[in-house]
Design a protein around this ligand. Structure first.
Ligand SMILES: Cc1cc2nc3c(=O)[nH]c(=O)nc-3n(C[C@H](O)[C@H](O)[C@H](O)COP(=O)(O)OP(=O)(O)OC[C@H]3O[C@@H](n4cnc5c(N)ncnc54)[C@H](O)[C@@H]3O)c2cc1C
Length: 506
């Protein structure tokens, strides 16, 4: 917590009341930040409202036959510190488990066959000559195009564009189809032809500006990086690409829940309406609210008044609640598109998975016209989350334009996945268990113009006292980004309340 965010509390003054709406990881992180402020003596109290009957939002882990099954995220990027830092604060650092990077190998499905990503590929940029020259992933004309990019790079873009457009300018359409589209649909459930390169790949934009050629820029960055240590690991570099929690991502959510003030969490309590200093609030203003109690929210249990509000919701849900508060802000939020996803997790006896190739799994390009977007070999990605005699495959379906799949029955989704596994991996064994999780409109899509839209949203938020937004719609969709936005939202609300007159003495 920054030191200047300290609220004054005159003796006898009531505490400032802050509501957090949404109990996903962003809302939980905001609540934890407020709880720490409360413990540090700040005159606040907070209430968290969650529509569902459990906390965690899309984070949803269970143990089936001794295997950790994740319905939502299964890990986070190690290089983003917020998630591991939260686990350390919660005293669950012993649960942190690095990905098994010695086994890290990813395949792309090309005409029903698994083709490994060539060594030295940094996202879409080739940095090693031989593996790029000999890969079966690209045709010779694309390989020549990659060499030409080094020698005769295109003009840098002057405006935001889609990731697909930028890739095509540098490396051609095949690189879009076989590499960038499957990577983005696997990670973001997104469509490369819609996603903003400035929002999703800002480093590529900076590289293009500095070197014109992305290959030259990447090689230059590698040259200036510190030399590897004798162990082969660069000093200060993360030990693994991904980190998870041994017993499931949900431990993070449970850890925060256990620390929150008793009575502060309201489950199965969707917030139905939000009002700010307006006469349409259905409850007359109580006298002790007369200075800073500008917010009022409605649930099926009644009306509550607050000094501050944190909306930790998908942007479309935040837009709905803000319609009466700030029309422009609501309309900017509603412009942020969302995609849906489905995870189908299948348990197997490991003897049935002997024919699986080594690696973390594969991605399926949209040009293959399959429902499955990706498949993770869970037992290979993390050691110790499945018993030695079991194996787990986690398959993703959905993504941009495939919302209709959410309405399919479990039996139909299972049969679609089993057919794909049979055709791609030659796997015909019967799974010992199947778990299906549907996340409807859960993944924000940072479309072209996202950065300008976010700036406009920020400007509007700044005009609302005691108000902040958190979640995956703004500055990163990963778990660590959501934790960071939750912390920042809590700090912003505390800061804003500090600027308001002290509440009336009761
Ligand atoms: C299938 C899947 C796999 C993913 N994999 C990864 C991964 O491996 N690594 C990674 O870093 N990220 C991953 N992500 C992304 C990441 O998990 C999410 O972006 C992040 O967890 C979102 O958290 P959140 O708190 O912003 O939103 P959510 O988790 O969506 O939480 C929002 C909450 O608000 C509640 N709510 C909605 N409306 C109301 C209302 N009116 N009143 C009260 N409550 C309301 C909802 O019920 C929900 O609980 C994945 C996401 C999905 C869907």
């Amino acid at each position: 917590m920054s030191r200047d965010v300290i609220l004054s509390g005159a003796p006898g003054a009531r505490n400032r009341r802050i509501a957090i709406i949404g109990g996903g990881i962003a809302g939980m992180s905001a609540a934890w930040t407020l709880e720490k402020a409360r413990r540090a003596g700040q005159p606040i109290e907070y209430s968290l409202y969650e529509a569902a009957g459990r906390l965690g939002g899309v984070i949803n882990s269970e143990i089936v036959d001794g295997c950790v099954v994740e319905g939502g995220p299964d890990s986070f990027l190690t290089e983003k510190p917020a998630a591991a830092a939260l686990c350390r604060e919660l005293g669950i650092a012993d649960q942190l488990l690095p990905s098994n990077d010695r086994e890290r190998k990813t395949y792309i499905v090309v005409k029903n066959r698994l083709v490994p990503l060539p060594d030295g590929l940094m996202f879409m940029i080739p940095t090693k000559l031989l593996p790029t020259a000999f890969t079966r992933l690209f045709s010779w004309s694309t390989k020549l195009r990659m060499a030409r990019e080094y020698l005769f790079p295109p003009e840098p873009g002057t405006e935001d564009e889609s990731v697909a457009d930028m890739t095509r300018r540098h490396f051609g359409q095949e690189t879009v189809d076989r590499l960038v589209s499957p990577l983005l649909s696997g990670v973001y459930g997104g469509d490369a032809s819609q996603l903003s390169v400035r929002a999703v790949l800002p480093r590529m934009v900076a590289m293009e500006q500095s070197h014109r050629s992305l290959t030259r820029a990447m090689l230059a960055a590698r040259k200036t990086a510190a030399p590897p240590s004798p162990s082969g690991r660069k000093p200060g570099s993360p030990r693994s690409l991904f980190t998870t929690l041994r017993g499931g991502m949900k431990l993070m959510v449970d850890g925060v829940a256990a620390e929150l003030a008793p009575g502060s969490v309201h489950l199965s309590t969707p917030v139905q309406a939000l009002h700010h200093n307006s006469d349409d609030c259905p409850d007359p203003k109580p006298p002790d609210c007369r200075y800073t109690c500008g917010w009022c929210l409605e649930t099926s249990f009644g009306v509550e008044r607050f000094d501050g509000i944190i909306l930790a919701l998908p942007a479309w849900a935040a837009a709905g609640l803000l319609r009466r508060v700030d029309r422009l802000l609501s309309s900017l939020l509603s412009e942020i598109a969302y995609s849906s996803s489905i995870t189908v997790t299948l348990g197997y006896n490991s003897a049935d998975l002997r024919s699986l190739p080594p690696g973390f799994g594969y991605l399926v390009p949209p040009t293959e016209h399959r429902s499955m977007l990706a498949c993770t070999f869970v037992h290979a990605k993390f050691a110790g989350r499945t018993p030695p005699d079991k194996g787990v495959l986690r398959c993703f379906l959905g993504g941009s334009g495939n919302d209709h799949l959410l309405d399919e029955s479990d039996a139909r989704l299972t049969s679609v996945v089993l057919k794909d596994l049979s055709e791609i991996l030659g796997l015909d064994a019967k799974p010992t268990f199947v778990r299906i999780a549907r996340s409807r409109h859960a993944m924000a899509q940072y479309g072209v113009g996202h950065i300008e839209r976010i700036q406009a949203i920020r400007d509007n938020v700044a005009a609302l006292p005691g108000f902040a937004l958190a979640g995956n719609a703004y500055e990163g969709i990963g778990v660590p980004d959501c934790i960071r936005t939750g912390q920042q939202a809590a700090e912003a609300v505390l800061h804003s309340l500090k600027e308001q007159p002290a509440p009336a003495t009761v």
